[in-house]
Design a protein around this ligand. Structure first.
Ligand SMILES: [Zn+2]
Length: 175
């Protein structure tokens, strides 16, 4: 099993050639889906893909399925990943599978944040506390999915970066 240090190094070093490759691809092709562009300017597309790739490899790593350095990297927020670590068996298709791994973790993270906000909201209502901040958080999370679907030129490059980050992890693990 590759150590977190190996995975970190592979993620960072592979991001270096990924950047010009991505720039070239975004500059040469303008993919469309149902009349919507899937990229923005070459520079912005590169930043989105490479940023998501680094985030995917360093924080949203496939090894969140185990009590790993990555899990502890989330610091005071690591409990968000505790159920994931318990439910998903290490190196299963759910955590290490192509696309389902990183995209599944984004959906999971979103679900955990939403659930935390809803539970906190209920608790505050019971004790008569101020719910303003939680309601602001809830209206923010409610806008995420509409934003993702309405802006494929932003969300698709991010998704590509996330998927590539998970893929490079799995390639190292199963090489
Ligand atoms: Zn792994």
């Amino acid at each position: 099993m590759a150590s977190y240090k190996t995975h970190d190094r592979v993620t960072i070093y592979s991001a270096i050639p990924l950047a010009p490759l991505c720039y070239w691809a975004a500059n040469s092709y303008s993919p469309m889906l149902w009349g919507h562009p899937l990229t923005t300017t070459p520079l912005a597309t590169t930043l989105l893909v490479v940023g998501a790739y680094l985030f995917s490899g360093l924080w949203l790593s496939n090894d969140l399925d185990i009590d790993s350095r990555i899990y502890r990297r989330w610091g005071p927020l690591r409990w968000l990943w505790y159920p994931y670590q318990k439910w998903v068996s290490h190196r299963s298709w759910l955590s290490h599978g192509f696309a389902i791994g990183p995209l599944g973790r984004m959906v999971y993270l979103y679900g955990m944040i939403e659930l935390t906000l809803l539970v906190t909201h209920q608790l505050l209502l019971r004790v008569g506390g101020s719910t303003e901040a939680i309601e602001a958080g809830l209206s923010l999370t409610a806008q995420v999915w509409p934003y993702v679907t309405a802006n494929p030129h932003m969300s698709v490059p991010v998704a590509v970066g996330l998927v590539l980050g998970g893929l490079s992890h799995s390639l190292v693990d199963f090489a």
